[in-house]
Ligand binder design. Structure first.
Ligand code: SF4
Ligand code: SF4
Length: 72
């Protein structure tokens, strides 16, 4: 059973604007050479802000099946 968020970035839709990298409150993303990378998925709180802010609908975040309720 997964207890961290699953983060999928559709590279075909991403235009590398870095909004997700800048606005994720938990700094989950790092910019790779061309596309963002979910470098710290274990820190994701599944707030889905990145999904909402991505202008190209390129991100899908699936919340953990067993969320860690103590995560701040
Ligand atoms: S869902 Fe929230 S915490 Fe998780 S990567 Fe997106 S913006 Fe960051
Ligand atoms: S916000 Fe969307 S389009 Fe912009 S870098 Fe992130 S995934 Fe790519």
């Amino acid at each position: 059973m997964k207890n961290i968020s699953e983060i999928t970035i559709n590279e075909q839709w991403c235009k590398s604007c870095e909004i997700c990298v800048s606005f994720c409150p938990k700094k989950v993303y790092e910019m790779g050479r061309f596309y963002p990378i979910a470098a710290r998925p274990e820190d994701c709180i599944a707030c889905k802000l990145c999904e909402k802010l991505c202008p190209d609908f390129a991100i899908i975040v699936t919340a953990p099946e067993k969320p860690d309720l103590n995560k701040k």
